[in-house]
Unconditional design. Structure first.
Length: 53
């Protein structure tokens, strides 16, 4: 799987829940984490590529 999409999120949500974080909060944290580490750089790269062209 490219970039561990799915397996990383599932594992982290399960571990956070195991350590006492509510399931909804753990899922929200992982969605924000994936947004900052994957989608934000992609969007920034597209924006910068269009700006140079």
């Amino acid at each position: 799987m490219p970039l561990c999409l799915g397996s990383l999120e599932n594992t982290c949500v399960a571990l956070l829940h195991l350590f006492g974080v509510e399931l909804e909060a753990a899922l929200a944290v992982m969605l924000v984490f994936r947004g900052f580490t994957f989608w934000l750089p992609v969007a920034l790269g597209i924006w910068l590529a269009q700006k140079e062209a």
